[in-house]
Structure formats: structure tokens, C-alpha cells
Design a protein around this ligand. Structure first.
Ligand SMILES: [Zn+2]
Ligand SMILES: [Zn+2]
Ligand SMILES: [Zn+2]
Length: 254
């Protein structure tokens, strides 16, 4: 399967609005891989393009990356950096499947976000631990610990398994650890370098998790301005085997 990291920034993106920290200043001056729009990942599966999350930047991200086909959207949780661009799909022109766990969907509707989506999207209810089966691939949502209901995704295709843990704190259920154990690839949202808060994994914790659970390849994304810049992160992860720091536009075949 092909995985495209359309956007790889934390909630505020890099440079963050109105910020003059060293990271944002460098990003504004040097551009390139130091710039990060908010996080969205596109999985190309047999006959089906699955987009995970719709950040406020989604319109631009789809445009820059030349994405013309999306069959389904999986929403991990309600936070604005993951759902703020949902209504852009009102202009998509074709119907899309909208996979969302009932609490995520209810909270979105309650907050008035995505209310008009019913006109263009098919809401498909997903439940943690229950596989959604297609002809040639499947995925299983699983709950993670975040400040609101949030769901990761284990994707199975052609004997390979890729796990996307979304915004997750370090407390993972034993079930989640089973799905992650030995995965071909693990995608983790790591806004910070060191552990600073309970709602998100850090770079250090994600690497420890990869080593502990025997994951073949770890890909770090959702990187915030208080994390290290791309070049410094790449230099750091080089000491570990199979760790990649995603940047906007990165494409990986698993
Ligand atoms: Zn987030
Ligand atoms: Zn900054
Ligand atoms: Zn979040």
C-alpha cells in the first residue's frame, strides 16, 4: 500500500500563527521541509483511497499533492486540527464515505461541524475492535487515550499491517498493543520531543514503543513547533533502525 503524508504539522502548523520561536523563524526563512501544514494521511488501498482526517488545510493539501480521488474519510477525533476542513468536501463533487465512531460523529454534529456533510457523505459507523472488511483489505479501529474520544486504525492488506495511532497518550490498551505488535509500519503523532503531557506521545516515547513491540518501521508525524526541526529530528532518529520523520508530501510504499 502507498501511504502519503499530505500534512505533518501539529495542531498549529509550522510556522505557527504569530510565533517567533527559533523553529518557526527558521521555517519562515528556509521553507522546504521545515514547513508543516496540519496532519492528514492518505492510504492508497486496492480500489479505495482512504483519507485519515480533514485538517483546516485539507483543500490546499489535496491541491498541492494532486489528489483527485478520495473514496472514504476516517475521522480519528473531533479536534479542529483533524476535522476543521471537513466541510471542504461539500465541494468535492462526488460522494464520500465518512467513517466515524458514534461519539466522534455526535460531537461533531453537536458542535455544528460537518452538519451539511449528510448531503454529500455516507456516514458509516465504526466501532473499536470491529473490522471493516473490503474485498482486498480491511481495517480495525481501536480506541486510544486522548483528551476526547479518539481512534487509531490497524490496516490489513496483502499480508501487511500498518497501524495509525492518531493522537494518543502513552497509556495504550493491551488490545491496541496487540494490534501494534510486530506491525510492518506504525504511524504515531508526536507533537513534542520529550514527554510533556498525557494526551500525546512524544518522539522519545514513540521510539521506545517501537522497540518494545517489535515494530518494523516507525513513522513520526503531527510535529509541532516546540518539537525539534526536521533536520535535527532526522539526525536524532538516525541512531535507531527503521525510524522515519515524515514531512509534507512524503510518500512511502509498504
Ligand atoms: Zn492533533
Ligand atoms: Zn513557533
Ligand atoms: Zn487531538
Amino acid at each position: 500500500m502507498r501511504i502519503r503524508f499530505l500534512g505533518t504539522g501539529g495542531a498549529e502548523g509550522i510556522p505557527a500563527i504569530g510565533c517567533s520561536c527559533a523553529h518557526c523563524t527558521r521555517a519562515a526563512q528556509e521553507g522546504g521541509r521545515l514547513l508543516r501544514k496540519r496532519t492528514a494521511v492518505l492510504f492508497s488501498l486496492p480500489g479505495y483511497e482512504l483519507l485519515v482526517d480533514t485538517p483546516p488545510d485539507i483543500r490546499e493539501l489535496l491541491d498541492i499533492n494532486g489528489v483527485r480521488k478520495i473514496h472514504g474519510i476516517f475521522l480519528t477525533h473531533e479536534h479542529t486540527d483533524h476535522t476543521g476542513g471537513l466541510e471542504e468536501f461539500l465541494y468535492w463533487g462526488e460522494g464520500v464515505d465518512l467513517f466515524a465512531e458514534p461519539r466522534v460523529y455526535r460531537r461533531l454534529m453537536r458542535n455544528g461541524r460537518g452538519k451539511r456533510m449528510a448531503d454529500v457523505a455516507f456516514h458509516l459507523v465504526v466501532r473499536p475492535g470491529t473490522a471493516v472488511r473490503f474485498n482486498d483489505f480491511s481495517f480495525i479501529p481501536f480506541e486510544v487515550h486522548h483528551s476526547v474520544p479518539c481512534f487509531g486504525l490497524a490496516i490489513y492488506e496483502g499480508g501487511r499491517r500498518v497501524v495509525h495511532v492518531a493522537d494518543s497518550g502513552r497509556r495504550l490498551s493491551n488490545y491496541a498493543r496487540c494490534l501494534i505488535g510486530g506491525a510492518d509500519a506504525l504511524i504515531v503523532n508526536t507533537p513534542s520531543f520529550e514527554p510533556v503531557e498525557a494526551a500525546h506521545l512524544s518522539v522519545e516515547e514513540a521510539i521506545a514503543l517501537k522497540e518494545e513491540l517489535g515494530v518494523k518501521r516507525l513513522i513520526l508525524t503531527h510535529i509541532a513547533h516546540h518539537n525539534r526541526p526536521q533536520d535535527e529530528l532526522e539526525a536524532y532518529v538516525a541512531q535507531f533502525e527503521g525510524v522515519t520523520v515524515a514531512y509534507d508530501g512524503l510518500s512511502i510504499d509498504i
